[in-house]
Design a protein around this ligand. Structure first.
Ligand code: ADP
Ligand code: MG
Length: 497
């Protein structure tokens, strides 16, 4: 814990300070608080006044506030760094009223301990609790994150691990840093590990093929943590690897934050940390709510944009390979607060190396979710060495997702109940054979209701679906084409993150 470098007025003994502190235990403290309306806050019983100075964008920034007992107890991480931050907790009214400085170093003074230093020594065990101080500063900074543009690093001078983890960083800053850290599309591994190990898990929000997804807290902000069982290590590694593909980051692809593998002696915990989206999956969302025409188009446009970015190859030394998802469905798409969507669950994705014309992992014919499998996957006629065919199979699945979405679109108060594709043709857990029979043999597709013709947006959506469902993959629309067609009918609002 950093100690104050200023000397308080003479005359008070360390014992008096200790007594004062003890007397105040159990009652609240009044502290200086810059962010509070009357510049004062009260801590409640067993809290502390908190004083800090940090280097932000090359400038010293002091933060003074109150710490609640829970903040002091909070499981927090502190990348304590000389010349980067200094923190001080104290336990008397307005004791944080002094301004800490990082520079210049305080002038040399006569030997001997000041009263405050003496008090600090006596209070060291108590001050250890103040590690919780970080939680306070992070909350304050998290608030500021929305307003402040992150510092733009010089491209030739990537931020080091220390500056990446400085306590003033919030998620937005870190995500911005990922594009400037010179490590592809992800943060340095040490930073990822540090983030993952300071997350406090809160509640389970989803279950999928590989384990549980939790909502967790990191520096006061929500994050999603996908926890894989140790036997699924390959899936964990694969998904983390895909998310860290250079230039993958996109507003309509789930924002990856960190991967961590922690051996606790008996088993290995495998975590994948990403941005958290409180509305959950598109499947959950559509089950709960009907959507307006504009909301439907915004979702459709953003899903197509995410998929188009995934499919796109960007040529160059720092280019992006084309990626096929291979498990596109409403449960693998998340709905963001601003009404747009993010494509998620990249665990089965494959990358294309256009130089060698190879796919990066040995593939088998059938992966993904049976209900959403394209006809050529169901009947195993797909040529798995031709990467283009995987993209076409994604387009078939996209058509099914659009169908789920369009059914829930409310026009003049009329909409349908939520249903999975082929709900009326196959059992609830269909086998490959069930699906093959109706999709390949009988060539059936989900029903497109007549009333969709009376609404321009639904008519366009219906046409897109049909053109995604052709048995001949080569005839299907591309993601880019779908994106362009939807954008012609959608009035795109000025969406903010
Ligand atoms: P799996 O690979 O096991 O299928 P997913 O990544 O698809 O795991 O996640 C399973 C479910 O967890 C999703 O359908 C969704 O309900 C929820 N979920 C996943 N990621 C997030 C997130 N970032 N924010 C909110 N909910 C999420
Ligand atoms: Mg999934």
């Amino acid at each position: 814990m950093a100690r104050s470098r200023r000397c308080p007025a003479a005359g008070t003994t360390a014992a008096t300070l200790l007594l004062l502190y003890l007397a105040q235990l159990g009652t609240g403290l009044k502290c200086v608080c810059q962010l509070c309306t009357n510049k004062t806050c009260e801590t409640g019983a067993d809290g502390a006044c908190w004083n800090s100075v940090m280097l932000i964008d090359g400038k010293e920034e002091a933060v003074k506030s109150c710490l609640s007992p829970s903040e002091m107890k909070g499981q927090v991480f502190c990348y304590s760094s000389r010349n980067v931050s200094k923190r001080n907790c104290c336990f008397t009214d307005f004791c944080n009223n002094e301004t800490l400085r990082l520079y210049p170093e305080s002038p040399p003074r006569a030997p001997g301990w000041s009263k405050l230093e003496l008090a600090a020594v006596l209070l060291v065990p108590l001050c250890l609790l103040c590690v919780g101080a970080l939680l306070g500063v992070c909350t304050a900074h998290a608030k500021r994150c929305g307003r402040r543009r992150p510092h733009k690093h010089d491209a030739e001078d990537p931020p080091d691990d220390q500056s990446l983890m400085s306590p003033n960083k919030c998620l937005k800053d870190l995500i911005f840093d990922m594009s400037t850290s010179g490590s592809g599309s992800g943060l340095p591994l040490l930073v990822q590990r540090t983030i993952a190990r300071t997350i406090v898990l809160q509640e389970i929000v989803g279950k999928g093929r590989y384990g549980e997804v939790w909502r967790g807290k990191w520096r006061g902000e929500d994050v999603a943590v996908k926890i894989f069982s140790s036997r699924d290590e390959r899936s964990w590694f694969r998904e983390a690897e895909i998310y860290q593909t250079i230039l993958l980051r996109h507003e309509n692809i789930l924002g990856f934050i960190a991967a961590d593998n922690k051996d606790n002696g008996s088993w290995t915990q495998l975590w994948l940390v990403s941005e958290y989206h409180e509305h959950g999956s598109l499947f959950d969302h559509l089950n709960r709510y009907a959507v307006s025409v504009d909301a439907m188009l915004l979702l459709a446009l953003s899903i197509a944009s995410g998929l188009a970015h995934l499919h796109m190859e960007i040529i160059g030394t720092q280019g992006k390979p084309a990626i096929a998802h291979r498990d596109l469905k409403s449960k693998n798409i998340l709905v963001k607060k601003n009404g747009t969507a993010a494509v998620a669950d990249l665990g089965l994705a494959v990358k294309h190396d256009s130089v060698t014309n190879s796919i990066d992992i040995p593939s088998n014919h059938r992966v993904g979710t049976k209900r959403y499998m394209a006809p050529e996957i169901l009947d195993e006629t797909i040529n798995i060495s031709n990467f283009e065919l995987f993209k076409r199979a994604d387009m078939y699945s996209l058509g099914l997702v659009f169908w789920e979405l369009a059914r829930r679109c409310s026009v003049r108060g009329i909409y349908e109940d939520y249903q999975l594709p082929y709900y009326d043709m196959v059992p609830s857990d269909p086998s490959i054979e069930d699906m093959r029979r109706i999709v390949c043999e009988q060539k059936l597709r989900p029903n497109i209701p007549n009333q969709w013709q009376s609404c321009e947006a639904l008519r366009v959506m219906g046409k897109i679906m049909r053109e995604c469902w052709y048995a001949n993959g080569a005839a299907r629309l591309t993601a880019l084409r779908v994106k362009k067609t939807v954008s012609q009918v959608a009035v795109v609002p000025d969406v903010k993150d």
